[in-house]
Design a protein around this ligand. Structure first.
Ligand SMILES: [Mn+2]
Length: 329
């Protein structure tokens, strides 16, 4: 089976060495974890434990309810107190900087040896060991490659965790970052007992009626510019109040906007405490990283985000201007 193309094979070998040598590990990922963050953390933990190693897991605020179905999610601690040092190494997955782990920076013991495993090209290489694959569609794919390199067998639970990581971070195998090796590893995960339909329903088939109605509101609020090449919508506290729910994730909404025919830059502006969160999805005609970098954000070429310390009106104007500039004439 053709393996994932590696940009940093030395990084992979260094990471495997570190994991082979150590006995006790702490695994950390970014705050407000998505499927890739949590799936990678849990999948890696399962692999290490299959080799008789001891693993603690922490995430700022703990595992979110929408990912609680992941095998082992209940074991993830939400505060630094869940760390029980000493550790041979602290493994940080799917985080472009240690600061992305937010409150869990306090869980990392002073002077700890950090192994940084990530697929964000913007990664700040904060570890003693850094394995960064900027072309990889997900960190989950990297954990899979790591298991292969180490010769550690998968089981159903680790396969489920890695499948969730891959299927979410590839936009269900639709982002351009999806490579032949992505499908080949997915096939292998299915061979280990992953049921795609069950996972699809657990991730995308759990909307409540109020949530669906807020989607309708967001569709009603879509605006366009540049002859329909730029489209955006907003989520405001009033919309949440009306629906009686809290939306913490914008992925679905920005994907909806992106699905409009002719749209090359899709944006979601979501009001949060004192700021506006911008999520961007683009076609090849616009670099989402460059767009979000204008506001101090980052991400991937076709999917990026930023936080704008502005009012919704200011943020909307600034984001549309930035999109127009990055899209070009
Ligand atoms: Mn990721």
């Amino acid at each position: 089976m053709p393996a994932m193309p590696l940009a940093d094979p030395a990084g992979l070998r260094a990471a495997v060495d570190e994991l082979r040598r150590g006995r006790r590990f702490l695994i950390v990922t970014h705050a407000r974890p998505d499927g890739d963050a949590l799936g990678s953390e849990l999948g890696l933990a399962r692999l290490l434990e299959s080799q008789g190693k001891t693993v603690d897991m922490v995430v700022d605020g703990g595992a979110p309810p929408d990912l609680a179905f992941l095998p082992g999610a209940a074991r993830i601690g939400g505060t630094p107190a869940h760390a029980r040092p000493p550790y041979d190494a602290v493994l940080v997955v799917d985080a472009s900087g240690l600061d992305r782990t937010e409150g869990m920076q306090a869980a990392v013991p002073k002077g700890a040896r950090i192994v940084n495993i990530d697929h964000h090209a913007s990664n700040s290489r904060f570890g003693a060991v850094n394995w960064v694959e900027g072309e990889s569609a997900s960190t989950g794919e990297m954990i899979y490659a790591l298991a292969k390199e180490a010769g550690w067998p998968l089981d159903r639970d680790s396969a489920v965790c890695l499948y969730v990581a891959v299927v979410t971070d590839t936009g269900r195998f639709m982002f351009p970052s999806t490579r032949p090796s992505t499908h080949l590893l997915a096939a292998d995960l299915l061979a280990h007992g992953v049921e795609p339909g069950t996972i699809h329903r657990a991730i995308w088939g759990q909307k409540t009626l109020p949530e669906l109605r807020i989607h309708a509101e967001a569709i009603r609020a879509v605006k366009t510019a540049a002859g329909g090449k730029i489209a955006w919508t907003r989520l405001t506290p009033e919309m949440f109040e009306q629906a009686g729910i809290v939306i913490t994730e914008g992925q679905d909404f920005v994907a909806m906007v992106k699905s409009i025919k002719g749209v090359e830059v899709a944006m979601l502006l979501r009001a949060v405490e004192g700021a506006v969160k911008l999520s961007v999805r683009t076609e090849a005609t616009c670099d989402a990283v460059a767009l979000c970098a204008r506001f101090g954000g980052g991400g991937h070429k076709r999917a990026a985000g930023a936080t704008l310390k502005m009012t919704m009106e200011e943020a909307e104007k600034a984001a549309v201007e930035a999109a127009q500039a990055e899209l070009g004439p």
